[in-house]
Ligand binder design. Sequence first.
Ligand SMILES: *[C@@H]1O[C@H](CO)[C@@H](O)[C@H](O)[C@H]1NC(C)=O
Length: 732
Amino acid sequence: MDPGANAFRGIPLAVAAAFVVLFSLACSVSCSVSYDRKAVIIDGRRRILVSGSVHYPRSTPEMWPDLIQKAKDGGLDAIQTYVFWNGHEPSPGQYYFEDRYDLVKFIKLIQEAGLYVHLRIGPYICAEWNFGGFPVWLKYVPGIEFRTDNEPFKSAMQGFVEKIVSMMKEEKLFASQGGPIILSQIENEFGPVEWEIGAPGQAYTKWAANMAVGLGTDVPWVMCKQDDAPDPVINTCNGFYCEGFTPNKKYKPKMWTEAWTGWFTEFGGAVPYRPAEDLAFSVARFIQAGGSFVNYYMYHGGTNFGRTAGGPFITTSYDYDAPIDEYGLAREPKWSHLRDLHRAIKKSEPALISADPTVNSLGSNQEGHVFKSTTGTCAAFLANYDTEYSVEVTFGNGKYNLPPWSISILPDCKTEVFNTAKPAAKGTQAQMTPVSEALSWQSYNEETASASDDDTTTLDGLVEQVNITRDTTDYLWYLTDMTISPNEAFLKTGEYPVLNVWSAGHALHIFVNGELIGSAFGGLENPKISFSNQVKLRAGINKLALLSVSVGLPNVGVHFETWNTGVLGPVSLKGLNSGTWDMSSWKWSYKVGLKGETQGLNTVSGSSTVEWIEGSLLAQKPPLTWYKTTFSAPSGNDPVALDMGSMGKGQIWINGQSIGRHWPAYSAQGSCNSCSYAGTFNENKCRSNCGQPSQRWYHVPRAWLKPTENLLVVFEEMGGDPTGISLVTRTA
Ligand SMILES: *[C@@H]1O[C@H](CO)[C@@H](O)[C@H](O)[C@H]1NC(C)=O
């Protein structure tokens, strides 16, 4: 039953319609937004607000209306998004607001649906997004240091924040102008960094808050995980639980900007999940403790298309075990259970906004939180914190059975309408269904680069990767020649020398005389790599080619902009007549990117510029190979994915659009922890898929497909079997 409909029973339709207009969410002319110690106040009325994170570049514009509608149907009042600076300003002063980066369109669609927006401008956003949202060129501004009291950084940051705010103002998108944006955010989780860097961090916090407030948006600003957020900026909580959080001033409301619905997946890791019951419990617990704003991070996680994943080592999927899955389908029972929770909270809203809770003990580990206003409205939350036992409690004139680790909501202090441990509907789990279309592949060999190639640059010593590539590609070749004298003893004994390579990350393929002799990978915890192996060398020139591969730039950590990528050495060869060669200071030749990238083999027009081969060679699974095929779009409207379980590591394009990095990256057997929802959750609990690929399926947005003749191109670094690639649809 829709609780809203109930209220109008018996009232003539026209009058009811007038009420609907009056109380509809959207700010038609203008809304005033302020706050007090209890809640955000919109047009004079305190509100309990439920919000959800949906990041516009992590889906396609064609998906946005449905995602927003599912959020609304799920009982959300608002959508929260970051603003993605590196997507919007790919080079200094060159702005991009089209397609997946059409921020204004995204906000207007939310407005049309009658929802509010929480705009987290940052511009540091973390988000497991490449470089935390900063454009890579920003690192090369002379004298810059990120996120501290540094003039070049502050000036660039202010420029971008002003750009976004003035864009929002021009489009009249702030609630004060009749738009949907009721809240903004400056910076992001800066508190822990400030704690480490001290005084310059404190000065930066004050500057950032003043700069933001000075922009005159007439809606409140928040700073999350920022205990010293200067007035009038509201400090807010991020976490799996936030009931214990207290704002830094007694006149600020208790807000939760990131209620984590799950966690991100890293290549090589098992897949985290968070049970709906524990999530609902944490939200009910926050509300009963006086919280008045909850945002789910993520409500729809989506996909890190292209090279937008950060980390390094964040998977292409950013599903996050969110209530709406990566493909845009409701995840059950999570989506329905939270919708029911939101209905119960909405029914309780009149009492929640007008009274402070009184806390009654209902047992040794049970409590009742009662919101009773002077006008007689009453709502109660009955909590059982025991993780093992159900308890029957007496409250008022009633008896209530509380399952372990659960909260019952009584919007009238009598009737239990919801319990966090009792999802009503099981719902159907969406599944991958194979599509029967045999793909017919062609291949093209990417030649191993050589120091004698004419499109290389020769430098003294080993250099940092991103300084050369500027992150225009994942790939950088480090090339040199090793000249072996015919007198070397190993040529007779066969005791080949040992090649040692140290790299700052993230992946490394080692070729000697055009042959792949080994690969090595870092991981999220430690991106660094060391490789050590005997190498078969011959008298004369031996070509050493190190293909260094980045897997997303770091997005978090104190001065992460200074963290290196690539082969920084030492590189040595041990076991020669003269002892060990330290090759680190030799002359090295560098080649940015793959030849196939330069030729545009991943694009529709470029893919036909070379001679592809068909048939028998496919079986050999060579490294450094481009594959292409065409396929028809699966019939119907179900979301589409590629099963890449048979492949090694590389990237995928459909009709020239980058699907992202593929890498099944099997997680270790036994790395799953047994998960009981009842109990304090953390990101290391509740992991599935151990011993399985971290990511087997890759989302192919319907909007990128034509009915027939879709070009699929795969670049494979290590060697995989393309005949094992298949199309699947995701069906509920
Ligand atoms: C990039 O490389 C240049 C040339 O080697 C060097 O002078 C500069 O310091 C490097 N920049 C950074 C930020 O590492």
